[in-house]
Design a protein around this ligand. Structure first.
Ligand SMILES: *[C@@H]1O[C@H](CO)[C@@H](O)[C@H](O)[C@H]1NC(C)=O
Length: 402
């Protein structure tokens, strides 16, 4: 009797910890709640040890993740998997053993807020294996430096060095790549790096090779408006809450952590010049059915960018959405995956709109029941159907366009 009472109490406590009211329409809400509870536990443990001065919160998270998640480069009958490097930047390389003589190639940047994650993580390892097998392509998954040791522009510089190497004849012959069939890709903060380096590579007249494709999975692209309609709509939706995204940005940009509250209210960007404002004006860039009833916050029009705002917030290498149309127009055919239940939805949709306006061919793949991270968590026990569908859609697009 006493046992079953304790069990009931424990079970209710667990349910209370896990339960979250989620908006209707999210794919398999209980799985998302479990994923969120897992993240929250990691985060709380991190905060606790950080507070006690034992470990930086990011180090704890990364240590936990590598303990649970890191896998060695295991080859299979179908794939040769090795830990290698591109211009000194570590990368895990997945090479199909049979198939075409000259392979298509994808350079992939993992997500994790420029601070977490790794190509050696089980989820990214599995993602790249699947891409390599399904596409008969060579996948190079890059381990760029992470915050807090690396801060902007270090991640971008690593990503750019790896990309330049990916687009060099030396790498083509080393891995048997077809130079006309290369794609730069990534998810979340990795998609930020993919977008930024693609702009740089395709603007650089000295480098004739710009990749054939860019594929961006729920990209993060700007740090000026934390009240876009998707930030407002999804402020309480796991797993990427607005303060978490703001902290990732502040850490990446090496800015004052005390900026967080004012940044979440857009006070940091209240005075922007009209030109910059227009590049992130979701009232103009997104259709009404996407914006719904949400209204802009703290964007009182004219001003002089720079008044109090650290210049790094306006650096296009950190915020690719702020690029000029001429730069966008030189970038290749694009795939942009967005999720309805994601604060970053509007970052991706605005970028899709701006690329289209610049004359780029864009496939905008929107998942009405998707949430941030769903494609990469497609392998966890709490794998969701939207995770599977988005992964299949991403691979299908690559197969048809690369
Ligand atoms: C954004 O675009 C809308 C529609 O074109 C316009 O009315 C509004 O003034 C713009 N907002 C800013 C802050 O520029």
């Amino acid at each position: 009797m006493r046992l079953s009472v304790s069990a009931a109490v424990l079970l209710s406590a667990a349910a209370y910890y896990v339960y979250l009211p989620l908006p209707p329409g999210v794919c398999e809400p209980w799985k998302l709640m479990l994923l969120d509870a897992l993240f929250r536990s990691f985060m709380s443990a991190g905060e606790l040890l950080h507070g006690l001065g034992v470990l930086h919160r990011v180090h704890l998270l990364n240590r936990l993740v590598s303990l649970v998640e890191e896998v060695p480069p295991r080859s299979s009958p179908a794939l040769l998997v090795t830990d290698s490097a591109l211009s000194g930047v570590p990368a895990r390389v997945f090479r199909p053993r049979g198939g075409r003589a000259l392979k298509r190639g994808v350079l992939y940047f993992h997500g994790g807020g420029w601070a977490l994650g790794s190509a050696r993580m089980r989820s990214y390892d599995l993602l790249c294996r699947k891409m390599a097998e399904d596409l008969d392509a060579v996948i190079l998954s890059v381990d760029y430096g992470l915050a807090p040791e690396s801060v902007f522009p270090a991640q971008y510089v690593d990503a750019l060095s790896a990309s330049r190497s990916f687009l060099s004849s030396e790498t083509w012959s080393r891995f048997g790549l077809d130079p006309d069939r290369l794609c730069i890709s990534g998810d979340s903060a990795g998609a930020n790096l993919a977008a930024a380096v693609t702009q740089t590579l395709c603007s650089d007249p000295s480098l004739r090779s710009c990749p054939r494709l860019q594929a961006l999975v729920y990209p993060v692209l700007q740090a000026l408006d934390f009240q876009t309609s998707s930030y407002q709509q999804n402020r309480a939706v796991p797993i990427l809450y607005p303060p978490v995204m703001a902290r990732f940005w502040l850490q990446y940009l090496d800015a004052d952590p005390l900026l967080e509250p004012s940044m979440l209210q857009n006070q940091h960007s209240a005075a922007l010049d009209p030109d910059t404002r227009a590049k992130i004006n979701w009232t103009a860039l997104l259709p009404a059915h996407v914006r719904k009833h949400y209204l802009p916050v703290g964007v009182a029009g004219g001003g002089d960018s720079g008044a109090g705002l650290a210049p790094v917030f306006l650096d296009v290498r950190a915020a690719p959405l702020l690029a000029d149309e001429a730069v966008l127009s030189r970038t290749p055919r694009a795939y942009i995956l967005t999720c309805e239940f994601d604060v970053l939805r509007d970052d991706g949709l605005m970028y899709a709109r701006r690329l289209l306006d610049a004359g780029v061919t864009v496939t905008s793949d929107h998942y009405h029941d998707g949430f941030h991270g769903c494609m990469v968590f497609a392998h966890l026990p709490m794998m969701s159907s939207v995770g599977r569908r988005s992964l299949d859609g991403f691979i299908r697009w690559l197969d048809q366009n690369l």
